[in-house]
Design a protein. Sequence first.
Length: 344
Amino acid sequence: MPAPDLVDLRSDTLTVPDAGMRAAMARAEVGDDVWGEDPTVRRLEEEMARLLGKDAGVFVPSGTMGNLACVAAQTRPGDEVLADSEAHLVVYEVGGTAIVAGIQLRVLDCVDGTPDAETVTAAVREPDVHQPVTTLLCLENTHNRRGGAAVDAARIHAAARAAHSRGLRVHCDGARLFNAAVALGVTPAELVDECDSVTVCVSKGLGAPVGSVVSADTETIDSVRRWRKRLGGGMRQAGVIAAAGLYALEHNVARLAEDHANARVIADALDGCPGATVRRPGVATNIVMFDTLAPAAALAARMGEQHVLVSAMGPRTLRCVTHLDVDAAGVRRAAGVVARVLST
């Protein structure tokens, strides 16, 4: 049993379904989704596509599978894909794009993880028999390893238009896209209207237990669906989990602002702390990343002894992620513990 005062800030993937979500899952109407006969899955796919201004959607088990399927559907083996050096696609997806899709990643170092138009244009290779063909730009919003940065529509549009002008497609890893939309005060569709495909996780800040939805034009979704099957991601009576995603979209989007406010409490508590330097993105969300003087793993262990769990994101980098299972009182307690450990 966890300690009654435990505050778990390791990730927003650690949320558990509340009573309302569990009830929605229990009463979900289901069918065989591989046959296209699960009505709840279809409703989730249609609703996400509507919210993002896309033609169609496909429910996949994870964001990693969604990203991989989108890359594979929009490239050919031997192509080159552009992505930020700290992108989830580059750091946390175990080389799937190379192993499965057969593509080469070309990494860019970008402010808040999003390249400007000039950087995109310069990175696209000219026709040359010796070089791969650049065919896809991958963006991330919010950007996890850039401190949870919410990237505004103007910057996304500029990068996407530069890519399109050179004949590239554009994919957005929008695992936390709704966090970005809430933080920026815009609709999620406004952030991705220049992107050809988008992956959104319902199992992060939105609080569902599992799953992501890919949205795109109908032709791309047909290819992504085929890749989902090829990757072993075809699910049967998946309406049970899709119902959780629908419930999350209805009940858990506006409240993301609470997570952002709670993250600011932690960041503010660490400002001026002698043992940490907080990474402040242009627009922050529910992630607080900070660099430390002492080894991160040792600091995380000391915080854990006081029932506050955080993630070591590097040898001297820690991350706190706020979410719907941590209330304001818990955040205040955690902020005090983290600040004390870093200061001693």
